[in-house]
Write a protein that binds this ligand. Structure first.
Ligand code: NFE
Ligand code: MG
Length: 568
């Protein structure tokens, strides 16, 4: 029996540690620990709720926008503000641009190198690589000369001894299975995607002034004036620019991302039966088809249990509770009782070992993440959960693409409950969302053309219009999954604020019943060829796209004061 530690897990956001017990070459047990603490929920107390989004958005620099959106929704829910349809459309474009960019970045820059061996790419034949690329897609950059150039770049990096972003991985590991040509093609797309993502996210600059952290969010609407004839407003010209960026993204997703997933997957089909959680999936839902909030969602809301796609349960947010039995927090009423986020508490209390340490004390508290549970059960959230909920709900886009991908891989729906299923679901929902975006540009143009330039509901801006004591909840489907914020407002100030975020759901520790969180479940049963090089653990953990900055929402394990800040 060997106990292995992966710390830090790289190519993620924030600090994550995985401890695993390996016996006879297979993972028998695992613990997921976030080793960072952030205090955004505490920082928000006492502030003006109309400012909360600007602080909350800084929870993360990767899923920028998502905490801003969720925060304004929570405050709008509390004070009764209703954003006009144009604001909803701008928000849809902001959110979907975030999701599409984030997913492409995840596949190429955070996950591909678990499957693609850069060193092997150096021995590829550019002519054969070209033939491979042309056999799977109409993407134009496929000439032998182009791939020879990429190979030269790689070779000169290797010769320099400075591999840069490609340093420090498990190159040559026996679990890498792609031929050199597929590796070289993927490296070329890694580099292309780096350039593309920088262009595409200009949508956020157009709609929100900048990225990361666009600045046009507003309780009651959006702070972006729309007027077809005004230079300083969102106008016909700027929306056409957004349209062009969307079309470029459609080409990247349909001609590069999806074909690459389908080209790589057949070499790794054993990963269609590895990496499953216990089959409980949850989605809050997002993207109503039309401006009418009663219209169905493209990503429906619901809960699936035990992998049963034949039964979609309605979601009841009152069944959400967070546990801190194994988390470095204290609850006033005792640490074994779950708290609903509307009355959640954030009282950090680090009781772990003094660094440097060999292993965490996993019998006690071992993570800065709380353990969220739905109806007492851990839930996987994210692209796979959303795709399965959409599939179970009979959404035509999800059904069509899921059946297409499964057909291409010769697999049945059971293969979705896996590491490979998570990767495929992320690609599928990227295609679904990028194909929806242009329609929202058109809707905005139609509204503008008809003279509807409303972008904000000003009636609730003045705190004197708010109830003295009110509570609200905001929900969103962030790239990594179901995100919720809960706010309690008293006399115009935030009395309590709680975020329960996707990576907390997926990466959280055990609960009061000692039930494992989704990451901990997912790696059990994984074969490990070499405990010194646990590439296989990274494959499954990365397939969730971890973000600890979001998950725990000033790092010092000993709880020392780092600085005192005086607020005038
Ligand atoms: Ni920091 Fe986030 C997303 C949120 S994750 S990345 O997507 O919310 O847990
Ligand atoms: Mg929280």
């Amino acid at each position: 029996m060997t106990r292995i530690v992966v710390d830090p897990v790289t190519r993620i956001e924030g600090h994550l540690r995985i401890e695993a017990v390996v016996e006879d070459g297979v993972v028998k047990d695992a613990w997921s620990s976030s080793t960072m603490f952030r205090g955004i929920e505490i920082i928000l107390k006492g502030r003006d709720p109309r400012d909360a989004w600007a602080f909350a958005q800084r929870i993360c620099g990767v899923c920028t926008t998502v905490h801003a959106i969720t925060s304004i929704r929570a405050v709008e829910d509390a004070i009764g503000a209703t954003p006009p349809p144009n604001a909803e459309l701008v928000r849809k474009l902001v959110m979907s641009a975030q999701l599409v960019q984030d997913h492409v970045i995840h596949f190429y820059h955070l996950h591909a190198l678990d499957w693609v061996d850069i060193v092997s790419a150096i021995s590829a034949d550019p002519a054969k690589t070209s033939a491979l690329a042309q056999s799977i897609s109409d993407w134009p950059k496929t000439s032998p000369r182009y791939f020879a150039g990429v190979k030269d770049r790689l070779q000169s990096l290797a010769n320099s001894g400075r591999l840069g972003p490609f340093a420090n991985a498990y190159w040559g590991h026996p679990a890498y299975r792609l031929p050199p040509e597929a590796n070289l093609m993927a490296v070329a797309h890694y580099l292309e995607a780096l350039d593309w993502q920088r262009e595409f996210i200009k949508i956020h600059a157009i709609l929100g002034g900048k990225n990361p952290h666009p600045q046009s969010f507003l309780v009651g609407g959006m702070a972006v004036p729309i007027d077809p004839n005004e230079q300083a407003s969102l106008n016909v010209g700027s929306l056409e620019q957004v349209r062009m960026l969307i079309r470029g993204a459609q080409a990247v997703v349909s001609q590069v991302y999806i074909p690459d997933v389908l080209a790589i997957a057949p070499s790794y089909l054993d990963w269609a039966s590895l990496g499953a959680t216990n089959g409980h999936y949850m989605a809050y839902g997002e993207y109503h088809e039309t401006a009418d909030p009663a219209s169905p969602r493209i990503m429906p809301r619901g809960v699936i249990r035990n992998g049963d796609l034949g039964k979609l349960e309605p979601l009841d947010a009152s069944k959400i509770h967070e546990y801190v039995t194994h988390s470095w927090y204290d609850y006033e009423g005792g640490d074994d009782v779950g708290l609903h986020p509307s009355e959640g508490q954030t009282s950090p209390n680090y009781t772990g070992p003094e660094p440097p340490y060999e292993f965490l004390n996993v019998e006690g508290k071992y993570s800065w993440l709380k353990a969220p549970r739905y109806d007492g059960q851990p839930m996987e959230v994210g692209p796979l959960a959303r795709t399965l909920v959409a599939y179970a709900a009979g959404r035509p886009e999800a059904k069509g693409l899921v059946d297409y991908v499964l057909g291409a891989l010769g697999a049945g729906p059971a293969a979705l409950h896996s590491t490979l299923g998570r990767i495929a679901a992320r690609a599928i929902e990227t295609q679904i969302m990028v194909d929806k975006m242009e329609g929202w540009v058109d809707e905005l143009l139609v509204n503008m053309g008809a003279g509807d330039l409303r972008i904000c509901d000003n009636d609730k801006w003045d705190p004197s219009t708010w109830p003295e004591d009110c509570t609200g909840a905001g929900f969103h489907e962030a790239p990594r999954g179901a995100l919720g914020h809960w706010v309690h407002i008293r006399k115009g100030e935030i009395a309590n604020y709680q975020c329960v975020v996707p990576s907390t759901w997926n990466a959280g520790p055990r609960d009061a019943d000692q039930e494992r969180g989704p990451y901990e479940q997912a790696v059990i049963g994984t074969p490990i060829a070499d405990p010194e090089q646990p590439l296989e653990i990274l494959r499954t953990i990365h397939s969730f796209d971890p973000c600890m900055a979001c998950g725990v929402h000033v790092v010092d394990g000993r709880g020392r004061t780092l600085a005192e800040v005086k607020i005038q």
